[in-house]
Design a protein around this ligand. Sequence first.
Ligand SMILES: Nc1ncnc2c1ncn2[C@@H]1O[C@H](COP(=O)(O)OP(=O)(O)OP(=O)(O)O)[C@@H](O)[C@H]1O
Ligand SMILES: [Mg+2]
Length: 456
Amino acid sequence: MNPTGSIRRRMTISLALVAALLSLLSWSMVASFARQAAERTQDNILAASATIIAEAIRSEGGEVRLELPYAAFAMLGAVSEDRVFYQIETAGEILTGYEDLTTGSIAPAAGEVRFETTEYLDVPLRMVRMTRTVLAGEEAVPVTVSLAQTRNGIGTIAGDLSETAAALSVAFFVLAVALTGFVAQLSLRPLNELAQAVARRGPTDLRPVRRQAPSELTPLIGSLNRFMERLAGSLRRSEEFIAEAAHRVRTPLATVRAQAEVALHGAQSHDDKQRLRQMIRAIDESSRSAGQLLDHATVAYRIEDLSRDTINLAELAASVAAALEPTAGLKDIEIRLETSDVATLGDKVLLESALRNVLDNAIKYSPDETQISLTVDQQGDMACLRICDQGPGLAGQSTTDLTKRFARGATVTDVVGSGLGLTIASEVLQAHGGGIELADNPKGQGACAILTLPKA
Ligand SMILES: Nc1ncnc2c1ncn2[C@@H]1O[C@H](COP(=O)(O)OP(=O)(O)OP(=O)(O)O)[C@@H](O)[C@H]1O
Ligand SMILES: [Mg+2]
């Protein structure tokens, strides 16, 4: 499967872009506020200084006089090293200061304070102008004070603050990106947990997913559950079909076998007898396969809705052994039971079927006049059923190989079988939370099958 990108990367990139945009915005806002604050400070100081100068204007003998107060300039100097220009003008006449400082600017009306941003001697200036009326003898004379200062200091302060703001914005961005990765991981955790929960399931576990999940995952879980339901339905239908087909094949096969037996009795020539024996064997193989397929389908069907009855394994072993006693008797095989009372929770029909298949193998593959031991005991919290025979052993084949569907071992020789017996047993035990293990008999010749089940 080729993944088309990653949600986590997509989330991280988009959130990082948003963080970058916010950082840029906050930097530009802080820088502009800093510049405005510095400008306002300069304006306030300029206005205060101009007021001090205006207050110092007096009239003496009908003439307007001014002694420039040092304090006014000291205040301006305290803020920065900027150059200061001034001009005091009364009724169109320059009293003192730079004559062409205010060229092109109309004097403000009395009582008005005006700020201007201009240029003087090719240097940008901030200037405050205010007019005060002074009584010179009988006459009221308007005196305009113009005070200007270069703006280098403001530029430096604003630049410094802007640099600090830029550094803070970069730090904010880096932190936001780190947090974004964390948030992306946190948001995707429920999705990963869901994937793990589904991946952990066994191959036949098609139960609906019932775990708690965020609302965004509900549609996904819903579709997953519907899909599994359809899958389970289709599996059930195919099992039913196999069971039905096996059932339909078995009955006519029995008739054909009976006819073939009759024909064999009546056959005269050796060749005819040989052919009929082969025919009967083929019928036996088909009939066994059909029976095992039917059993397997029943097992698959019952496992889906497993009942949990208390089952005494000693009783179960005794009844299965009794049922197979006639088959064992045909080969003079003795089944020795050694059981202690151990119980498990499960489906009796299924457990009988599992044990029957294992015991059937022990009888089928053992030579005549041997013994089979069937032990029931417990180990820790597990119940143990051990079936040991004196047959040919497993010829080095593993449990995994022999429990595969239709797998038959090297020990088969001419024994009739379908290769489904151990598959059935293994599926039944797994569904009950147990398992099956096959090994060569540790006490000599033969094989041992060990069936484990949780104790009730
Ligand atoms: N007790 C045993 N001794 C020796 N070989 C065994 C024993 N039990 C199983 N096997 C080997 O494992 C193989 C798989 O067993 P399984 O019961 O699944 O199939 P089968 O006996 O061949 O067919 P059937 O479905 O009719 O039981 C057998 O073909 C046989 O070779
Ligand atoms: Mg078998």
